[in-house]
Every structure is written in structure tokens, then in C-alpha cells.
Design a protein around this ligand. Structure first.
Ligand code: MN
Length: 260
């Protein structure tokens, strides 16, 4: 099992009331490997979509119950919104015992200053998306949207998903990926050499030079039949997968001593 000093990171789970297999995987992971972690960070897109606490509240309750079991064990849970669940309401976060983080957030991870972000802010080549994000995530738009009737909110959400799918099919892979300049800018702004994010669904550990310093960018994957997660211990940062039948499998890692 996990080192007792492990910090676990996950993102892009895309939970929905319809996908019970994914819900089961989520429960299995949180009650299994993740229950040995010292703390857990969820870096956005926990839900496939969030358009109001009044839509499938039983499903939301089921998820918050799993989180509450972990906090009852003394495991702090941190949550940052993603582009799919940015409308998530504080009543859910409170019920689930999730401590909200702003995007980006600077933490010290086993002594190393590390910037955490969902990742969509780094996709600066996707001008159409950035323009949409600015409007959609504006507090006034957010407030007005949540005042709309339930059926209308659901309808708008379906339309936006369809539009986003078409947009993603039309764009090239590079436009939908993060832009290295945006990564460098954010890391320089916070004076860090380590970054963790999700969103792009391309799990990897990137090593690169940031000015004269060696830097690392850890990218979480999305979840399908398996969990994508990062385990950070005092000696190693590791990108891994988890499946109930196969357990934890390491994808990539680096040692923290001598890594920088
Ligand atoms: Mn995302």
C-alpha cells in the first residue's frame, strides 16, 4: 500500500449519475489505496458537469458521503474546480468536507514549492475556449445561470457539451494542449520548478529547463476503466494507474533527492 506520508493527486474523473461503473471505480479507489494517503488533492473536473445542486442530489450525496468517510479518518481533502464543474456550490463542498483551492494554488510538497492548476488556463492557443472561459466563469454569469430553471440549465449544459465536442474535433492536438510559454510564465510568477495539473488528458512527467533551473511538470490523466493519479512521498514523485484487478502500476517517477 501507499507510504504513510503520501500526498495523492487526482483530476478529470468526470463522474456522472449515469456512469455507475466509474462511480464504483471511484469508490474503490477512495476506500482502497487513497485511504492510506496523508492528504488528497482533486484538481478539477471531479464531475462531468455541474449545473446545480438540485440536479440529481442523491448522486451528489453518494459522492459527498465517500469524501466524508475519508475526512472522518483525518485525511484532509482539497478541491479545485475544473472547466466542467466550476459551478459547483459551496453547500456541496461543505457537505463533502472539501477545502476549496483557488486556481492556481501554491503549496509546499515535501519541501518543494509546487504550483497546482487545473490546466485549462495554460491552453492559451485555444483562443475560442479562453474567450468562452472568461464569460462563463465570470461571477455574474455564474450567478445568473444558477438562477435559471432546472430544465433550462440542463438544456444549456447539453448544448455546451456538444459544442465543445465539435470544437475539440476541429482543433489540432497542439491547440488543445498546454502552451510551454504559459507554463513558464506561471511557474516564474510563483518562483517554482514543479507544477501539477490535469485537463489535457495526457498523463506524463515532463522535464525541461526553466531559465537555468531544471523543472518538472506532472500531468494527471483522465479516468476511464482505470484511475490516473500522482503519489508524492518524501523521496519520490510518481505517476501511476490503479485498477481493482491489477492494483497500482507505476507509469513514470523521479527521485526527489538529486532531482533538482
Ligand atoms: Mn478540464
Amino acid at each position: 500500500m501507499l507510504d504513510p506520508q503520501s500526498t495523492v493527486f487526482i483530476s478529470d474523473i468526470h463522474l456522472s449519475a449515469q456512469d455507475s461503473a466509474l462511480q464504483n471505480l471511484f469508490i474503490d479507489f477512495l476506500q482502497g489505496p487513497a485511504s492510506f494517503a496523508e492528504r488528497i488533492y482533486i484538481l478539477g473536473d471531479l464531475f462531468d458537469v455541474w449545473v446545480g445542486k438540485d440536479i440529481q442530489p442523491e448522486f451528489h450525496d453518494k459522492i459527498s458521503e465517500i469524501f466524508s468517510q475519508l475526512t472522518a479518518k483525518g485525511i484532509p481533502l482539497y478541491f479545485m474546480v475544473g472547466n466542467r464543474d466550476f459551478l459547483i456550490q459551496s453547500s456541496f463542498l461543505k457537505k463533502a468536507n472539501l477545502q476549496k483551492l483557488s486556481d492556481p494554488t501554491l503549496i509546499t510538497l515535501h519541501g518543494i514549492p509546487t504550483i497546482l492548476t487545473h490546466g485549462d488556463k495554460l491552453c492559451t492557443q485555444d483562443i475560442a475556449y479562453q474567450r468562452y472561459r472568461l464569460v462563463a466563469q465570470n461571477p455574474i454569469t455564474r450567478f445568473l445561470f444558477l438562477c435559471l430553471p432546472k430544465s433550462l440549465r440542463e438544456k444549456i449544459a447539453r448544448k455546451l457539451r456538444l459544442k465543445s465536442k465539435l470544437h475539440q474535433q476541429k482543433q489540432t492536438i497542439t491547440i488543445l494542449d498546454v502552451v510551454q510559454n504559459a507554463v513558464d510564465d506561471m511557474m516564474n510568477r510563483y518562483g517554482v520548478t514543479q507544477m501539477i495539473h490535469g485537463h489535457v488528458h495526457r498523463p506524463n512527467i515532463h522535464s525541461f529547463d526553466l531559465g537555468k533551473k531544471a523543472a518538472k511538470r506532472l500531468v494527471l490523466g483522465d479516468w476511464h476503466s482505470m484511475v490516473s493519479f500522482i503519489i508524492s512521498t518524501p523521496t519520490e514523485n510518481c505517476l501511476a494507474t490503479y485498477e481493482p484487478s491489477k492494483g497500482i502500476q507505476k507509469i513514470a517517477s523521479y527521485a526527489l533527492e538529486g532531482a533538482r
